[in-house]
Design a protein around this ligand. Sequence first.
Ligand SMILES: [Zn+2]
Length: 507
Amino acid sequence: MGTKAVAIASAIGFAAAGVAACGRTIPVGDLVAPSGDAGTDAGDGGVETCTEAPVDVFDPLGTCARDEDCEAGICRRDATPPEDGSVVTLACNPPAAGMPEGATCASDTDCGRGLCVVAGRCVAPCRDREDCPSSESCEVVRVRASGDITQQVRACVPRIALPADIAIDVEDDSLLAETAEDGTIATDVALPGGAALFVLETGCAEALRAVRLRSMMPELVYFDGDELRVGAPAPRNTINAEARPLTAWIPNGPTAPTAESYLLGVAPRPVTPTLTTLRGTRRGGALDIDAFVVGARFQGSSGSPEEDAEALAQIFARVEEILGPAGIRIGEVRHHPVTGELAERLRILDREEGSFPERRELMRLTLGIAEPSVPVFFVRSIDQLLGLSGGVPGPWGILGTEGSGVVMSTEVIEMSGLDLGRVAAHEIAHYLGLFHPSELDGLEVDPLPDTPVCSLDQDADGDGFASADECAGFGADNLMFWSGQATGTELTPGQQMVLSRALVLKR
Ligand SMILES: [Zn+2]
C-alpha cells in the first residue's frame, strides 16, 4: 500500500497543478498484496487499527441523553452558554417554542429541542439506536448554536435518503462467499444478481481494494484489476478499485447484467461487512444538491450567506447546462454554511499517505440530510487535487460514510482561472457513475465504447502523460477528460445513458 500511495502522489505532483484525479486511484499494478498483508487478524497495520474521527469518542453532558431519561418534559438543550466545538448540555425541560424533529431549520432556535444539525434538520437526542425510529440511527452529529458556533450531540438521523421507489436491501451477515482458491488473497463477496448499485462498507475504516468482479452463470469477468494495464480489452464493468465504501454499479456500460449472482473479489478480507443493494429505474430527473460551504470564499462574494447563495446558484446553473443533455436538471440547492472551528479545521484537506484525514469528519456533516441529493463540499483547497468524488459512482443516498459526497478545491480552481461549474459537473458526473474515458497515461479506459481514448501516441513531449493540449481532438473536449486543464464539456450518448440512470435522481 505504501509504495502505491507514493507512486500516485508523485505522478500527480509531476503533472503539476490542475490535475483532477478525482478520487479514482490509478492502479500501479501489483493488485495482489504480499502474503504478510492478508489481514484476517488485527496486527501491525492490520485490519483493526483503524483511525476513528475524534467525534466518535463522545460523552454526553447534562442530566439526560434522551426523552426516556426525563420524568417530566423532554430532553433538550439547556441554557448553558455554548462553546464552539463543545458537547451540548442537555436537560429535561418543558418543550420550547419551535419545530419538531424532522423539520427544516437554519439555527438552534428554530427547533423545539434547540438541536439543528448543520445539514438543516431538527433532531432529537439519543443514547443508542433503540431510541430512534427504525429508519434512523443514533449518531454523533454537529448542531448549530448561536453565531458561528457548532456543537456535538448524539442524535437520531436517517442513514439513507433516496426516492421512495428505490428498493433498498441491507445485509450484514453471511456475505463472505469463500476465500478464492486461485492463489490470490482476495475474498469473494457474493452480490445478488441483476442491475443494482452495490455498496460495501466495513465496520472499520480500513481501505478495501476491489480486485475483480465476475459472474458464474454465465462465466464472465466484468473487471480484473490485474488486466487494467496490459493492453487487455476494455473492462466490461469497471469499478473504482479503492473507494471507501466500495461501490459497484452494474451495468455501467453496454454489458448486460446477469440474473445469477456476482462475486466481488476484495482484499484484505473485510471486517464486519455491510452490503447495501439499491435497485430502481431512471431515465433522467431532478438532482438536488446539498451544498456545504466550508470556509471557502467564492470569487465576487463577500462571504455573506446571500452572496454565497448567489454564487452557488450560478455554479449549479452551469452544472445543469452541462449535464442537461443527459436529462438531468438541478432541483433544489440547499445551502449549508459551515463556520467557526469546524470550518477552520476542515477547510483544507491535506493528504497523508494517499488519503485525506479530514474527509471522514467532513462527510459526517451529511448526517441529517433527509432528501435524496448529491452532497457537494466547497472547501478552500485539497492537496494537489481540484476535486474529489466519493466514488465512481458514490454511495448514492447513503449518508455519513467517507464517500458520501463530492469535495471541491474551490479557491484553487478559481485562482487557476478554471470554471468552477465545469469542475463541479465533472465531479458530480463521477459521483453519478462516469469514469475518465482514458486515464493520464492513456492505458486504462472506461467501459463505454463510444468515449474518446487518448493514448500515449499523442504524448508529443514524451513525459508519460497524455495531456489536455496533446489530446485535442482525442478526448480533451470531453467533460470526463482526466486532466483539470481541459475545458471541454462534451458527453457521448453512452455517457449520457449512464448519467441518466442514477438512482439518486428524483422523478
Ligand atoms: Zn475526474
